[in-house]
Write a new protein. Structure first.
Length: 148
């Protein structure tokens, strides 16, 4: 999906043809500078969102596949995000309708961090990957025949 979104069909010029008329219809008095700023932030928000999903999915896949600590899985997941982001921006730099940008790699990586943080928070809330002391203490309290 990410490589599909980075093609000519989703260039700034293409998306402005859809978003511009929609915003002008919703807000007839919108200034050009405001319209441009909204368009820019919608596009950057899309970067963050799609890479947050990638970060979450990469973390999940690595967690299911590798028997390593959550911090290492998080770093590997972010390495996947960075590799895809760099490849995507390199590809865009080769297209006439797009430009590759190191700033976009930063937005992509921020999205990846968001996705990884969300999945880690969900794991922690569910008690997955809890520190050994807490997990073993919880297991002792819940075991049958234990007296507190």
């Amino acid at each position: 999906m990410i490589l599909g979104f980075s093609g000519d069909e989703f260039s700034a010029q293409s998306t402005s043809r859809i978003l511009g008329p929609l915003l002008r219809w919703l807000f007839p008095e919108i200034r050009h500078a405001t319209l441009h700023a909204i368009h820019l932030w919608v596009r950057k928000g899309a970067h963050v969102t799609e890479y947050a999903v990638l970060g979450l999915l990469a973390f999940r896949a690595l967690h299911l596949s590798l028997a390593i600590s959550l911090p290492r899985i998080a770093l590997l997941g972010l390495a996947v995000v960075l590799a895809v982001a760099a490849t995507d921006e390199l590809r865009q730099s080769l297209l006439a309708s797009r430009t590759g940008s190191i700033i976009d790699v930063g937005f992509d990586l921020a999205g990846g961090v968001l996705g990884v943080c969300l999945v880690i928070a969900a794991h922690r809330a569910a008690g997955i990957g809890a520190p050994a002391g807490r997990a073993s203490a919880a297991g002792r309290r819940a075991s049958p025949g234990s007296h507190s």
